[in-house]
Design a protein around this ligand. Structure first.
Ligand code: PLP
Length: 422
């Protein structure tokens, strides 16, 4: 018997008496019929609950990492729930501002912020800039020297701690493009320079060791590593970055945001670091709030080899399987508790053999063309990493709450595909 594990479903999920899945009281098949597929369905209560948990755990300067998923509705929601927003580009900054988020509540990241990015951020008056390099300090010297206000900054330190996660999302080791390396003395030199500088107001240090990390012991480790350098400085802020993992498939489990924060707080207490702690969770806010709905278009059975189930999306709405080999559960919203007896390979509709969404996905035996097939835990790094590859129109996004759906991102049109062409 292989029934979908219920932990992969959003907080407001329930099963109707006929076996169909509801989220916030809404039938997913009705949503697919109304808005079309592929469709991202976000459980708004789930999003809000995770934002509140983050604020309760880390305090007022905790940021939502918008790279996980961003549109105006998401930016506004995170802001309403009391989070700051981490923006990793001026595009993300623009969307957050367009959503009405005050610039003071934004934290700008990036390992290569250009003059125009920094000017934009300074002119808007962003709350914090996380400085990544000596070249960036040079640029800030020039921009502030030319009359712009000196920003509050944190320095991104690379602590030399390897997180147990996929190599593409590991950022804390010495061999990284990000930040000032601790072991080479670059971090100490950057601190010295920033403290002496009139172009920046140094308020703290920042670290981010990677993403999709289940082993929360990695976080206390980085606090211990940097404590000898940071403690004597008496800087008020320490941001521990994002990175808390979420379970995607049967057999995985992850600590809660509250547990994650408690581990880090205890580490700060152990080493005597008295700072305003903050963090930048992305995935742990949005991933599990979401289900993607697809329509099954073709089923190709290769006896003794595999069965390909092709859906109307693919690597353009979820690039993670191609990029990291990530796994997902699969199910049919029409029969969410059904025994999933058939092992299939769910593929997309792109002209790439590698365009696989789920390798070895389980589905009920009676799966057929025309079925709505769902992948849960798709709220982070799916829509945000999406593309127009093969000139596919990017999917719509709906937020559901209290029995109502609201379209927050409409499906792209053919006209959208040529709107930048001259
Ligand atoms: C600097 C920084 N902060 C926060 C995050 C968010 O990480 P996650 O979504 O794993 O919580 C990332 C993502 O890689 C990041 O690079």
């Amino acid at each position: 018997m292989s029934v979908l594990p219920s932990f992969v479903l959003p907080d407001s999920a329930s099963v109707a008496t006929d076996g169909r899945l509801l989220v916030a009281g809404l039938d997913l098949l009705d949503l697919a019929a109304e808005y079309g597929t592929p469709l991202f369905v976000y459980d708004e209560q789930h999003l809000r609950a995770r934002c509140r948990e983050a604020v309760a755990a880390f305090g007022d300067r905790v940021s939502y990492a918008t790279k996980a998923f961003l549109c105006k509705a998401m930016a506004a929601l995170a802001h309403e729930e009391g989070m700051c927003l981490d923006v990793a580009s001026c595009g993300e900054l623009y969307v957050a501002r367009a959503a009405g988020v005050p610039a003071e509540r934004l934290v700008l990241h990036g390992n290569n912020k250009r003059d125009e990015d920094l000017s934009y951020a300074l002119d808007e008056g962003v709350g914090r800039i996380v400085v990544d390099s000596f070249d960036e300090l040079d640029r800030l010297d020039a921009l502030v020297g030319a009359g712009r206000p000196a920003p509050k900054v944190l320095l991104r330190i690379t602590p030399g701690v390897e997180a147990h996660t996929h190599q593409f999302v590991r950022t804390g080791q010495d061999d990284s493009k990000f930040g000032f390396t601790y072991s080479t003395g670059a971090a100490a030199a950057a601190v010295e320079r920033a403290r002496a500088s009139k172009s920046v107001e140094l308020v703290g240090v920042h670290m981010h060791i990677g993403s999709q990390i289940f082993a929360v012991e990695s976080f206390p480790k980085i606090v211990e590593v940097i404590a000898p350098m940071v403690k004597p400085l008496g800087l008020p802020e320490l941001c521990i970055g994002g990175g808390l993992g979420v379970p995607y498939v049967e057999g995985e489990g992850a600590p809660s945001i509250t547990e994650w924060a408690a581990e880090i707080r205890q580490a700060c207490e152990r080493v005597g670091l008295d700072v305003q702690l903050s963090a930048e969770p992305g995935r742990s806010i949005t991933a599990m709030a979401t289900i993607t709905l697809y329509t099954v278009g073709t089923i190709k059975d290769l006896p003794g080899i595999r069965t390909y189930v092709a859906v109307d999306g693919g690597m353009s709405d979820n690039f993670r399987p191609v990029l990291y080999g990530s796994g997902y559960e699969t199910f049919l919203p029409r029969a969410v508790r059904a025994d999933r007896t058939r092992r299939v390979t769910v593929v997309g509709m792109h002209c790439e053999s590698g365009d696989r969404l789920v390798d070895g996905g389980l589905v009920p035996d009676d799966l057929q063309v025309g079925d709505i097939l769902a992948t849960p835990v798709t709220g982070a790094y799916g829509h945000s990493m999406g593309s127009n590859y093969n000139k596919v129109r990017r999917p719509a996004v709906v937020f559901v709450a209290d029995g109502k759906a609201r379209l927050v991102v409409r499906r792209e049109t053919f006209e959208d595909l040529i709107r930048c062409d001259l």
